[in-house]
Design a binder for this molecule. Sequence first.
Ligand SMILES: Nc1ncnc2c1ncn2[C@@H]1O[C@H](COP(=O)(O)OP(=O)(O)OP(=O)(O)O)[C@@H](O)[C@H]1O
Ligand SMILES: [Mg+2]
Length: 259
Amino acid sequence: MLELERLVKSFGGVRAVDGVSLSVPQGELRALIGPNGAGKSTLFSLVTGHLRPEQGTISFESRQIEQLRPAVRARLGIAITFQTVRLFRGMTALENVMVGAHSWTQHEFIEAALRLPRHFREEPKIRERARAVIARAGLEHWADSPAESLPLGQQRSVQIARALCSNPKLLLLDEPAAGLRGEERRELSELLSRLREEKLTMLLVEHDISFVSAVADRVTVLDLGHVIAEGTPAEVRGNEAVIDAYLGSVAGDGAVTGS
Ligand SMILES: Nc1ncnc2c1ncn2[C@@H]1O[C@H](COP(=O)(O)OP(=O)(O)OP(=O)(O)O)[C@@H](O)[C@H]1O
Ligand SMILES: [Mg+2]
């Protein structure tokens, strides 16, 4: 479904992504792990089109997409939830999810959310679809609450629900579990597992190797812009290079501290 070949992206002298090749089959939940600054978020931006690679190619469903604008890629079925929570205050959880029904560019998206909330409220089809996604994300009880009043875990779920509202084929999740604990982490893990059972293809950035092991089919490890390992969660956890570069700080229970 997604095929990255020798992608390169630098910022000044830093090669944030330095020759990354990656292949994700349909229906797989692939985790992307690696230390801070490894290039994980940059790789996501290359896939969504918010950044263009200097070298390399990106194929999505056998179609080359690295020259396409973000809005076009979104219409092809690529959705992302960003590393920082970006919900619209003053709108309910449901309305925030409704905004995702269209494949907006970043600019249009903000315009729409600021100016046209009534348009969304009056759009029964979009509302219906958003209700269904809210249920799929386990947010029924929060649908009509102001987004900013939700606990962090539910805010993250709203972000995921908004991405799902565009009916994506590929969902990129950039640290959706960051800052979540206990029950919230478990709920997120269950949501991702359900989406995996529905055969949604996902790329997940997450630092906690226990969390990753519970949900991911396979894991790709990035360090300094390079892929240093790839395999099942168990294979990656036992890989010397990965332990040296990243998992050295693994605690007894396998938890890794990270942002
Ligand atoms: N817009 C930018 N301008 C300049 N440098 C950037 C930019 N975005 C990322 N970088 C640099 O590129 C490298 C990779 O950053 P990136 O954010 O992709 O890492 P990451 O793996 O997502 O890290 P984290 O785990 O902290 O989120 C870092 O050295 C970072 O400082
Ligand atoms: Mg990042």
